[in-house]
Design a binder for this molecule. Structure first.
Ligand SMILES: [Zn+2]
Length: 883
């Protein structure tokens, strides 16, 4: 494990590598505890770098066995080898070949970075800096080499041997029980995209014919016996390949594309060239074991990793500060894929919910950082909502401002100009500026300035001049390391909705027209005067969430209800209801804190009833409309003095009021959407199930015994996991005997299925009751639980810390203490997962004083612990840094 002595890395210090690697020949002899890796590197001085220098290769916990230069063993005084570096003080200043032999122990690798064992499968994870745990290397993304990988193993132990690229040779090792495979990847790539896999795996296969007529073999490898659960992933892969051809003109480039599902993985999935490695959670699905949300995640993540082949692999990042260059762009691409495959408005709503729940919260707390950070101590801590989701929003704003054609022209230029290179954010933005002759200098601030811009809008109307005026101001608060901010470029899509519910033409009084309904703010304050507006309109602002900002406007409750009923932008219909709900909930939390009574909002409930009664609306949209702001949403809106118990109570009261007032319509909705043929994971069917289950949940929230009985019945009779899981989730919020019966039944039914047992852990960790902490502590001793498997840790501890607001934030501080203890126990084993868990404390400063003191105490206890990983130390120290 790396210790916390490491110096921070700064973007400003970037220097090109003094040495380049042209080719890598790896010879890997797999063995569970002693895998021998022989790396033959063709190195050459980098003419683009300053004068020739010593050669220093990165390592991490390596044991050097031998080293030779141009085939001759190096004398001991010619090099220095430690576990973390290999240096040659005076290498020849010409191309030469270096052969390095290391010995690694995959079984002892509990960090799951580098070469490790997931069950009985050998696999690798090299992003960001895992390759240096396999061999000494120039482990940085701007060093791109052509790899040839020979893998050798016992045939019985690892009948399947895979690496990046195309298979060029395979066979038995004569006179032994071993065999080998040689893979060659013709595309130069950085070391973080290297992968190899060895094991006893089953697979399914298919073919894809690319737009130029090339036939590509597709294979998905899974644990033997799970092949029948990989079909949906294969279908998603083929749809993603076709979509990237149609939407971006991007074609696949190797003879084969492989996906391997493994049971122990730190992240969701990894886009290694031609050989994606996936957390099996995002590959395996059957109607009985996966929910509609699981299916949708598989679809989106398969597409995301595939899209990286161009945005990440063919064009990679110059350095890790540019991470958003591949991630923000690829998240945008997968969001667009999903929007085209499923419902665009519903996709936008779910993405914005996620953005606000994670990224806005990150941006408002001590871990706030720019989309392109300028300093890091541990790069693994920057795989964040800001880099990914806010990074995607920046790309979306480019498209909004430049239009679909201008955006495509910029993307085409990017692929043409930078294919085969390691690029920067500046390179990317320059392509759009050049392709559309647009000045994007100020727009670059989105990459540099952290924090969520706040936009305030005031509408006024003058019936005499028939003009409508929008006064807009923007403001960006200080964030860690950035006390002063400059105004941002904010593309605001808007409409003026007339009394008849129709959009008015947008004509500015100075004669300009508003293209595509978007005005672009660049100044701290701006005024837009619209002409030809006889009656006061209602402003529909930031349509489709065109900019990732926090917007306030002088809209009355009546106007919000009007938008909820009439806005031509479905996103803003949903947003109007959320704003009404959020206002009510924050008011009621404040009332509870002050010992006053909560108010009700009959108008909001009427508006929800109207949505429920509108037959033309898609059910998935109605389900989103009926889902009131989450506890995390309300905490974020409050911003300080957060009392999770008061938030919970206010939310329970609102849900009960909705369930009560709309009871008849909800019962009818539930009845109408029940039944209806065999399970299909398509978006329309999933939308119907989603609305049906939201209806049932609201009825139960109103305290209806009949609804509880119906939930119990649905749990026991469901023919698919979506309905079964929704029913047990509804039961989990009520202290009724049916709940424990269902929890016990669930375990009996699915105990052989770890991915389903993860749902069982998460469900119990999420119960909002005082007894839950003891239940979770008990479950850490359950035979199915293991600190060694990231999915188990996330499903039990992660669900408790991230999802269960009232119990993690217990007033007595025991929730914090339990999570801190777990992080300390996990850190020595898997620092990446431990530091991710540590981010559960990211909003501690916003808590009310009592909880804030308890949370701070636990953060200080972790900070004082001996031998913390760099990962956890970085998060805990940034969390505690003075605000
Ligand atoms: Zn990615």
């Amino acid at each position: 494990m790396r210790t916390d002595q490491d110096q921070p890395v700064r973007l400003a210090d970037y220097q090109p590598s003094a040495w380049l690697v042209e080719t890598v020949h790896l010879d890997v002899a797999l063995n569970a505890t002693a895998t021998r890796v022989r790396a033959r590197l063709k190195l050459k001085p980098n003419t683009a770098a300053p004068a020739a220098a010593p050669l220093t290769l990165d390592g991490d916990g390596l044991a050097l066995q031998s080293i030779a230069l141009d085939g001759t063993a190096l004398p001991a005084d010619a090099y220095t080898a430690t576990p973390d570096t290999l240096s040659i003080a005076q290498p020849p200043q010409r191309p030469f070949e270096l052969t390095i032999e290391t010995l690694v122990d995959p079984t002892a690798n509990t960090q799951l970075s580098g070469l490790y064992r997931a069950g009985n499968t050998y696999c690798t994870q090299c992003e960001a800096e895992g390759f240096r745990r396999i061999t000494y290397f120039l482990d940085r993304p701007d060093v791109m080499a052509v790899y040839t990988t020979r893998i050798e193993a016992e045939k019985a132990d690892a009948p399947v041997l895979l690496a990046n690229g195309n298979l060029i040779e395979s066979g038995d090792v004569a006179g032994t029980t071993r065999h080998f495979a040689v893979w060659h990847d013709p595309f130069p790539k950085p070391s973080y995209l290297f992968a190899l896999v060895g094991g006893a795996l089953g697979h399914i296969e298919d073919t894809f014919v690319t737009m130029s007529g090339r036939r590509v073999a597709l294979r998905i490898y899974v644990e033997p016996g799970r092949e029948d659960r990989a079909g949906f992933a294969m279908d998603a892969l083929k749809r993603a390949m076709r979509w990237d051809e149609q939407a971006f003109g991007r074609e696949y480039d190797l003879d084969i594309f492989m996906i391997v599902a493994v049971s122990a993985f730190n992240m969701g999935a990894m886009e290694n060239k031609g050989l994606n490695v996936f957390n099996d959670k995002y590959v395996l699905a059957s109607p009985e074991t996966a929910t509609d949300i699981d299916y949708a995640s598989i679809d989106g993540i398969i597409a995301h990793e595939y899209f990286h082949n161009w945005t990440g692999n063919r064009i990679t990042c110059r350095d890790w500060f540019q991470l958003c260059l591949k991630e923000g762009l690829t998240v945008f691409r997968d969001q667009e894929y999903t929007a085209d495959q499923r419902s665009r408005p519903v996709k936008r709503i779910t993405d914005v919910r996620l953005l606000r729940a994670h990224q806005f919260v990150e941006d408002a707390g001590p871990l706030a950082h720019p989309v392109r950070p300028e300093i890091y101590r541990e790069i693994n801590n920057f795989y964040t909502a800001t880099v990914y989701e806010k990074g995607a929003e920046i790309v979306r704003m480019l498209k909004t401002m430049l239009g679909a054609q201008g955006f495509r022209a910029g993307m085409d230029l990017y692929f043409q100009r930078h294919d085969g290179h390691a690029a920067t954010v500046e390179d990317f933005i320059a392509c759009f500026a050049d392709a559309t002759e647009t000045d994007l200098a100020q727009f670059m601030r989105w990459y540099r300035q952290a924090g969520t811009p706040e936009v305030a809008v005031t509408l006024s109307h003058d019936p005499k001049t028939k003009t409508c005026t929008l006064d807009l101001t923007q403001m960006l608060r200080p964030t860690p390391g950035q006390p002063d901010k400059e105004p941002m470029v904010i593309p605001l899509a808007l409409g003026l909705v007339g009394p008849d519910g129709r959009d008015l033409p947008l004509r500015l009084a100075d004669g300009r027209t508003v293209e595509h309904g978007v005005v672009t703010l660049t100044q701290p304050t701006e005024v837009f005067v619209f002409a030809g507006v006889p009656a006061r309109p209602v402003a529909s602002l930031n349509r489709a969430f065109s900019a990732p900002v926090k917007l306030t406007a002088n809209l009355t409750a009546d106007e919000l209800r009007f938008l909820a009923a009439h806005d031509s932008d479905p996103f803003n219909r949903w947003q109007a209801l959320q704003t009404l709900g959020s206002t009510l909930l924050t008011d009621n939390v404040k009332a509870l804190r002050a010992g006053a009574a909560m108010r009700t909002d009959a108008g909001l409930i009427d508006a929800l009833g109207a949505i429920l009664a509108e037959p033309a609306l898609e059910p998935a949209f109605v389900a989103q409309a009926l889902t009131v702001p989450s506890e995390a949403d309300i905490a974020r809106e409050l911003g300080h003095d957060v009392d999770p118990d008061a938030i919970f109570a206010a939310r329970v009261a609102l849900r009960a009021a909705i369930g009560d007032a709309l009871g008849a319509a909800l019962r009818e909705t539930y009845r109408r959407l029940s039944g209806g043929g065999p399970y299909s994971p398509d978006a329309a069917s999933a939308g119907r199930r989603s609305l049906k289950n939201v209806a049932l949940d609201l009825l139960a929230a109103a305290g209806s015994a009949a609804a509880i009985a119906r939930a119990a019945q649905q749990y026991h009779t469901a023919d698919n996991m979506t309905d079964r899981m929704a029913a047990i989730a509804t039961l989990s919020f009520h202290p009724v005997p049916e709940r424990q019966a269902a929890i016990d039944d669930f375990y009996r039914r699915f105990q052989a299925d770890p991915l389903v047992i993860d749902k069982w852990f998460a469900l119990q960790a999420g119960i909002p009751e005082a007894a839950t902490l003891a239940r979770v502590q008990e479950l850490t001793r359950h035979p199915a639980f293991s600190l060694g498997n990231p999915n188990r840790v996330r499903s039990l501890i992660g669900a408790f810390a991230q999802m269960n607001q009232t119990q993690f934030n217990r007033a007595d501080g025991t929730g914090y203490a339990f999570v801190a203890d777990t992080i300390l126990a996990l850190d020595g084993r898997n620092p990446q997962v431990a530091s991710r868990m540590m981010t559960a404390f990211k909003s501690w400063r916003a808590l009310e004083a009592g909880r804030r003191a308890k949370a701070e105490g636990e953060l200080r206890r972790v900070a004082a612990a001996q031998s913390l990983s760099t990962d956890v130390r970085d998060i805990v120290e940034r969390s505690l840094a003075p605000a």
